[in-house]
Design a protein around this ligand. Sequence first.
Ligand SMILES: Cc1cc2nc3c(=O)[nH]c(=O)nc-3n(C[C@H](O)[C@H](O)[C@H](O)COP(=O)(O)OP(=O)(O)OC[C@H]3O[C@@H](n4cnc5c(N)ncnc54)[C@H](O)[C@@H]3O)c2cc1C
Ligand code: SF4
Length: 830
Amino acid sequence: MTFGNDKQAITHRERLVVIGNGMAGCRAVEEILARDPGRYAIAIFGAEPRVNYNRIMLSPVLAGEKAFDDIVINSAEWYAQNGIELIAGDPVEQIDRATQTVIARSGRVEPYDRLLIATGSDPFIIPVPGRKLPGVVTFRDLDDVDRMLAAAEKGGSAVVIGGGLLGLEAAHGLSLRGMAVTVIHLMPTLMERQLDEAAGWLLKAELERRGQTILTGADTAEIIGKDGPDGECVAGVRLKDGREIAADIVVMAVGIRPATALAKAAGLDVERGIMVDDHMITSDPAIMAVGECVQHRGTCYGLVAPLWDMCRALAGHATGAPSGYTGSVTSTKLKVSGIDLFSAGDFSGGEGAEDIVMRDAARGAYKRVIVRDGKLVGAVLYGDTADGSWYFDLLRKGEDVSAIRDALIFGQAFASGGALADPNAAVAALSDDAEICGCNGVSKATVVATIRQGACSLDAVRSQCKASASCGSCTGLVESLLRLTLGDEIEAGPKTLCKCTSFSHDDVRRLILEKELKAIPQVLQELHWSTADGCSSCRPALNYYLLCAWPGEYEDDQQSRFVNERLHANIQKDGTYSVVPRMWGGITSPQELRAIADVVEKYDAPMVKVTGGQRLDIFGIRKEDLPAVWADLNAAGMVSGHAYGKSLRTVKTCVGSEWCRFGTQDSTGLGVKIERMTWGSWMPHKFKIAVSGCPRNCAEATIKDFGVVCVDSGYELHVGGNGGIKVRATDLLCKVATEEEALEVCAAFVQLYREQAHYLERTAPWIERVGLAAVKAGLFDDPGAVRRLAARFRHSQQFMQDDPWARRAAGEDAELHRHLAEVRPMEFAQ
Ligand SMILES: Cc1cc2nc3c(=O)[nH]c(=O)nc-3n(C[C@H](O)[C@H](O)[C@H](O)COP(=O)(O)OP(=O)(O)OC[C@H]3O[C@@H](n4cnc5c(N)ncnc54)[C@H](O)[C@@H]3O)c2cc1C
Ligand code: SF4
């Protein structure tokens, strides 16, 4: 099968023949073309009968998250446009260095001036009896995926031998395809080359929770066969301890070996891999090699990131501008939806190494960084990988981290003293050569240059420099770079929930209910998300939509919340926190004031401020003091004021008829009742309420999301006000005669907003989008609507009104850990 150029063109220029149409071979050609497009007549031989694709995305293809077309890197048009002849499905079987020719399986003989070997790796097959039985497969190319999919279609069970990155991604895919999966791993913990024992244990627990059987310390003795309709086939695996596990398919994913057979037979220097120098030249100056098949300075790599640097060095040499490759530091991410895992560098410890560990087993989060001689040498993150790029950048640069050593474990925002709590600022602080997209080897400088050259949307960046075009885990970083580089000129995409899906917010909310989707991974899977784990835009939205749809059933995913919501406090510019206890309706007591004063003195808080919502905000609390501050405030009967959340903030009141001579109703009393009814409820955005005792409106009820203005004959209920950047006065919703009716309509309106607004949409833009008439119709057209909406709100509130501070008072420490997230004190282990 050939695509592209005709033989004629190949004979006129220097002939470059590439063996291996994979990730390294094609990237090397791309780099050469970018430097000197006319220099070579290029022919590429590929053993696989197809164009070049992103091999690392085979896992999402197996899991059903991507189709083959989505993962093609170089289409047939690319070969044609660049005058490249692709000879696909015809492996090279011999290199004749004397005649400078290669001979393919078809008998085709191709002369070369320069030869590039990019044959990748061969999967390692453990030499046990039964390894050749039909039904035993490896995981290296699309044909392997097709074999696994064919087995999964029939159902049954699968055994995956190997609990490393490949094995676990194969197990995840087969499990999502409906097979009962057992993973057999020789070592005591999973992914032991990338993860330490603690993270390996967390990973195992999570996979078991998802229904996989994980056998560690398990040594395969034999693959057992049975008679099938077409002869003998696989029946299962026998372990050395005698256990037998039945299987309809056995996937061998125990490792890879550089594919060196051709080079060895041609007499090139080969050890574990094909020996190359810093310009990727083999022991024959006319032959270069690149990718997983090479050994450079004693190292063979099994990940894509080193390939990009190797290919740049190779192209420099091949086009007469040599630069040189000195080796790579690598990092790993596991592409299993819902499992955030990052590992980089050396975590073996050793002499002089200092471990800094933070763990939160209840929340399933674990972080470990290793410092040696003042430099970061390794990082293992499980459960929260947001700082992976930052750690990796520090590690690659070998920067001195002594000055930020104590804050290092808390990540970039903390280490910068809070100045980088904003994710945009954190991305701005990354160096130009920091790697943004690991799948495609794209640096920050390249993304920024692409944006400056006119790529004004995520899609444009994806198509022009490939950043975020593969696994999607760097989408948040690319979005931040777009915001930083373009400000307001950023082009809004179509009105989809985010770039990971073509569904709108409304579609997603509807489908969550229709399909009874009750977990984020299930939504991503069932609604065919384009990314394995979603992104920083969709995960918080999905978490909210699921909480709203399934109160009491869906378990809040703390990892999908914004940082202030995870910390239950507002981080300030200097890295300290502000704490706002709730004061119902703005009323306080000597006991509460005393408790607040005691906290201020005891924890040396530099400022207490009355907020616009009539609460007391205690500033300058150190993160390590937060739990104790909360406990002290709790002891005085106070709960969290949720001053940080997409939730009810405050109910502001005036003194009303009890004290004011103009007052028409008990506005403070009603405000207290409303706050007790609505506190703790998660909403699409922050929500503010006020109650004024007469139309003089001292509580400013007409710029709140829900405002009550008391009048002689009852209560005017107002909605959709906003006092922020864009001030908007409320619309009058209705007038009611009694307090009970006011409470009922308030509950119904809040629930309508919760059920219908898009995540991060305040009531003002929501009402402007759908129209006041639609909101009124939703509440009043059907006489039972208010009652039903209010009932749904009250039902949901049973599960929402749990104060994280009160949990501590009740001694539920495990729960507290979930809520405290990163603010738990550090645990140092030497
Ligand atoms: C399922 C899977 C998931 C992965 N996930 C990740 C990940 O998340 N992160 C990461 O960094 N890396 C990952 N990798 C590893 C990554 O894919 C490799 O590092 C990368 O593909 C190596 O590129 P390469 O060009 O050296 O080899 P390949 O991409 O394998 O290309 C080699 C090509 O050469 C062809 N070939 C071999 N011999 C001949 C011959 N004699 N004649 C003609 N053609 C020949 C092969 O058929 C193949 O197409 C994953 C790999 C797999 C299989
Ligand atoms: S709003 Fe009316 S009732 Fe309330 S304090 Fe002001 S004047 Fe008095």
